[in-house]
Design a protein around this ligand. Structure first.
Ligand SMILES: Cc1cc2nc3c(=O)[nH]c(=O)nc-3n(C[C@H](O)[C@H](O)[C@H](O)COP(=O)(O)OP(=O)(O)OC[C@H]3O[C@@H](n4cnc5c(N)ncnc54)[C@H](O)[C@@H]3O)c2cc1C
Length: 391
C-alpha cells in the first residue's frame, strides 16, 4: 500500500522547511521529512550558532511562503556592506540606498529561522512535517516518484524535492554526480559583544588565511553585538578553537583590526569545513535538487541560503507553468538555475583564493580590484545588485 501526496521534501533544514512552506502556500499537499528534529531554542546546546543574512530577493520568496511577516520583527537590517583590506588601510562601502529603498539584507540566528519556519508549517493544514523520519529509498519515474521512508511507509508523489544537504542521499539515489573543491579551511563561527556600534554595517575583512566577516546582530543587555564567520586554514582554526575565551577574544580583536573596539566572546564556537560543490544537474525524473543538495559555496557574501531561495522561487514558478513534476518544467529548472549557480560558485571561489593569499601579486590585485569597485557608478551599481542576489 502506498500513500499519495503532491510533493515530498527530503530534508527539513532551512531550505527544506522553506520549501515546505512555499509549496504548501501554493496550495499543494506536502510531506516534509528529516531524521534530525530542528533545534528551535537558543539555549539548547545543540542550537546552530550560525546566522543567515537574507538578501532582498529571498525575502520576496519567503513572503510568498507566508514566512516573512513572522521573521521581520526579529530582523537586524543590514544597510551597508563594507570591505576592508590591506591591514585595514583600504575600505570600500556599499550602501544599499544607492540602488534600493530597502536594506540589502536582514540577519537572523539560524535557530530562530527554524522556529518561525516550523511555526508557519503548523498553520498550513496541507503540510505534514515529520521530524524523526528520513527518506530511505527512491524509484524515480517520469510519472511519479516512489519514496520509502525510514519508518517503512511507502509514498508516491508528483514531485520529490531533495533538500537533504551536501551529502544528499536522494541525489545519490537519483545517480546524479557532483564535483567538489576542498579548500582545507574551516569557518569558525561565534558571536561577540563590542564597544563601538555596528550601525547596520556588515564588514568583510580580508587578510592572509581567509575573510573575517562581522555581521550585525540586534543589541542585547545594553551591548552591541555581531555574529562572526572567520575563515582560516584548518590547523590554525583548530588551534584558535581550543584557546581559552579571553585569549580567543584577543586573537579575534587583533584579526578585526579593532574596527569595532575590543571583541568579547558571548557564545560558544563552532567549526564548519569549507568546500564548494556543484551537482551535475538539478533535476531527475519527477525530482529536483535544491540548496546544499545541489550546491555548496564557502560562506562569503551570503550566497548559500540565498541561492537556495532562488532555487525555490524557480521551482515554484516552473511548477505553476508546467505542472508539478512535469519533465519540461524540471528541465527548465536546471537550465535556469545551473549556469547562474555555477557562475556564483566560480565568483566565490575566486574571492576565497584571493582572500587566502598573503603578501603576493594576488593580494596586490585584490586591493586594486577593491579600488576599481569604487569607480563608475553604473558598473558599481551592477556589481552591487549582483552581490545582493538581484538579476
Ligand atoms: C558558517 C556558515 C555561514 C553561512 N552563512 C550564510 C549566510 O549568511 N547567508 C546565506 O545565504 N547562506 C549562508 N550559509 C549557507 C547556508 O547555511 C546553507 O546554504 C543553508 O543552511 C541551506 O542548507 P540546507 O537546508 O540545504 O542543508 P542542511 O542545513 O544541511 O539541511 C539538510 C537536512 O537534510 C537532512 N537529511 C539528511 N539525510 C536525510 C534523509 N535521508 N531524509 C531526510 N532528510 C535528510 C539533514 O538532517 C538536514 O537537516 C552559511 C553556511 C555556513 C557553513
Amino acid at each position: 500500500m502506498r500513500d499519495t501526496v503532491d510533493v515530498i521534501i527530503s530534508g527539513g533544514g532551512l531550505a527544506g522547511l522553506a520549501a515546505a512552506a512555499a509549496f504548501g502556500s501554493a496550495g499543494h499537499g506536502v510531506l516534509c521529512v528529516d531524521p534530525a528534529p530542528p533545534v528551535t531554542d537558543e539555549a539548547d546546546p545543540a542550537a546552530d550558532l550560525r546566522t543567515t543574512a537574507i538578501l532582498q530577493p529571498s525575502a520576496d520568496v519567503l513572503a510568498a511562503a507566508g514566512v516573512w511577516d513572522r521573521l521581520l520583527p526579529h530582523a537586524q537590517p543590514l544597510q551597508t556592506m563594507r570591505i576592508v583590506d590591506a591591514g585595514g588601510r583600504v575600505r570600500r562601502d556599499f550602501d544599499a540606498a544607492e540602488v534600493s529603498d530597502r536594506p540589502f539584507g536582514w540577519n537572523f540566528p539560524n535557530w530562530l529561522l527554524r522556529r518561525e519556519l516550523t511555526a508557519r508549517l503548523a498553520d498550513l493544514p496541507a503540510v505534514c512535517f515529520r521530524p524523526g523520519v528520513g527518506t530511505a529509498a527512491l524509484v524515480a519515474r517520469e510519472v511519479e516518484a516512489r519514496v520509502t521512508l525510514t519508518d517503512a511507509t511507502r509514498w508516491t508523489a508528483r514531485l520529490l524535492v531533495a533538500a537533504d544537504g551536501r551529502d544528499s542521499p536522494m541525489r545519490a539515489a537519483l545517480g546524479i554526480g557532483a564535483r567538489t573543491i576542498d579548500y582545507a579551511q574551516q569557518a569558525l563561527v561565534f558571536a561577540v559583544a563590542h564597544d563601538l556600534p555596528h550601525d547596520g554595517v556588515s564588514t568583510e575583512i580580508h587578510d592572509a588565511g581567509g575573510p573575517f566577516t562581522l555581521v550585525p546582530l540586534p543589541d542585547r543587555d545594553g551591548a552591541f553585538r555581531s555574529a562572526v564567520v572567520w575563515m582560516i586554514p584548518t590547523p590554525e582554526a583548530r588551534r584558535l578553537a581550543a584557546l581559552d575565551a579571553p585569549a580567543f577574544a584577543a586573537a579575534a580583536t587583533a584579526r578585526s583590526f579593532g574596527l569595532l573596539g575590543e571583541l568579547r566572546l558571548v557564545s560558544g564556537r563552532a567549526l564548519w569545513p569549507i568546500i564548494a560543490r556543484l551537482a551535475d544537474r538539478f533535476d531527475g525524473p519527477s525530482a529536483a535538487l535544491m540548496a546544499e543538495a545541489a550546491h555548496v559555496v564557502p560562506p562569503i557574501g551570503a550566497q548559500g541560503f540565498n541561492m537556495s531561495m532562488a532555487d525555490l522561487g524557480a521551482l515554484i514558478d516552473v511548477s505553476a507553468r508546467h505542472g508539478l513534476g512535469a519533465p519540461e518544467g524540471l528541465a527548465a529548472y536546471t537550465r535556469r538555475r545551473w549556469p547562474e549557480v555555477a557562475a556564483r560558485i566560480a565568483g566565490v571561489d575566486l574571492l576565497n583564493r584571493a582572500s587566502r593569499a598573503g603578501a603576493s601579486p594576488i593580494r596586490a590585485a585584490r586591493a586594486a580590484g577593491l579600488g576599481a569597485l569604487h569607480a563608475p557608478a553604473p558598473l558599481r551599481h551592477a556589481l552591487m545588485r549582483l552581490g545582493m542576489g538581484m538579476t
